[in-house]
Design a protein around this ligand. Structure first.
Ligand SMILES: Cc1cc2nc3c(=O)[nH]c(=O)nc-3n(C[C@H](O)[C@H](O)[C@H](O)COP(=O)(O)O)c2cc1C
Length: 225
């Protein structure tokens, strides 16, 4: 496209500066912090699920990665498992995010919940193929076929190609279980920092950061909002 669009009017260009929300749903006190940030995450996730907000996806988070040439990129993915070993999501290993995680194995996760934010930073590793296989089996057949169709996630493609490939894959796996594609699986983010942010009235929000101590535990610090 070569048209000069620089003077084009944008309907909301000034409206966003007026948008303001007062957060009044609670506070996070030092006494309310649990010793384990995993337990804390679990507790806040439960609260978000219980709120059952229309349109909210409590297990969706923004995953930030950074290429070897220091260019960050971010996108939303779904958390599919977590325990004390880390946080697991599934994707295509040929995708932009996977390339960046391979080049530079650090990631940051951000959950935006109702007047809350959780940030997690960690190192990453590909999960066991058996673990990916186990999860892949639980996906609906359409999603399993979809994984095979989108072999080169994040590269340019035509709709025609996607349609053709869907027909081809449906035929290939007719009357059989769809196997896990070799280019698809999970990544585990192993946290070295957590931050819990609770919005409060007057912009004096509560922020607490967890970092590891020397004895397999965690220390917490309040951060300036
Ligand atoms: C709510 C939501 C959930 C998503 N979940 C996933 C997911 O779990 N895995 C995935 O690969 N992409 C997921 N996507 C698509 C990604 O945001 C992204 O478009 C895709 O993974 C390609 O990203 P990349 O080019 O940075 O690798 C999701 C998108 C949305 C909006």
């Amino acid at each position: 496209m070569s048209t000069n669009l620089i003077n084009e009017e944008l309907k909301n260009e000034d409206i966003v500066s007026e948008m303001r929300k007062d957060y009044r749903m609670g506070e996070l006190k030092e006494e309310g912090l649990l010793e384990s940030p995993f337990k804390m995450f679990d507790m806040w996730l439960t609260k978000e699920i219980e709120l059952n907000n229309e349109g909210s996806e409590p297990n969706a988070f923004t995953l930030a990665t950074c290429s070897i040439d220091k260019r960050p990129s971010a996108r939303v993915v779904l958390l599919k498992h977590f325990d004390h070993h880390g946080f697991v999501f599934y994707t295509n290993y040929n995708s932009r995010k996977s390339k960046e995680l391979t080049e530079n194995p650090f990631a940051s996760m951000t959950f935006l919940w109702t007047q809350k934010q959780v940030r997690i930073e960690g190192t990453v590793e590909k999960i066991d193929r058996l673990e990916s296989e186990k999860y892949f089996k639980t996906r609906p057949r359409g999603s399993q076929i979809g994984a095979w169709v989108s072999e080169f996630q994040s590269s340019e493609v035509s709709l025609e190609h996607l349609k053709q490939k869907t027909i081809e894959m449906e035929k290939k796996f007719q009357d059989q279980e769809v196997p896990l594609p070799p280019f698809w699986g999970g990544w585990r983010i192993k946290p070295y920092a957590f931050e819990f942010w609770q919005g409060k009235s007057g912009r004096i929000h509560d922020r607490f950061k967890y970092t590891p101590n020397d004895s397999n535990g965690w220390i917490t610090k309040r951060l300036s909002p």
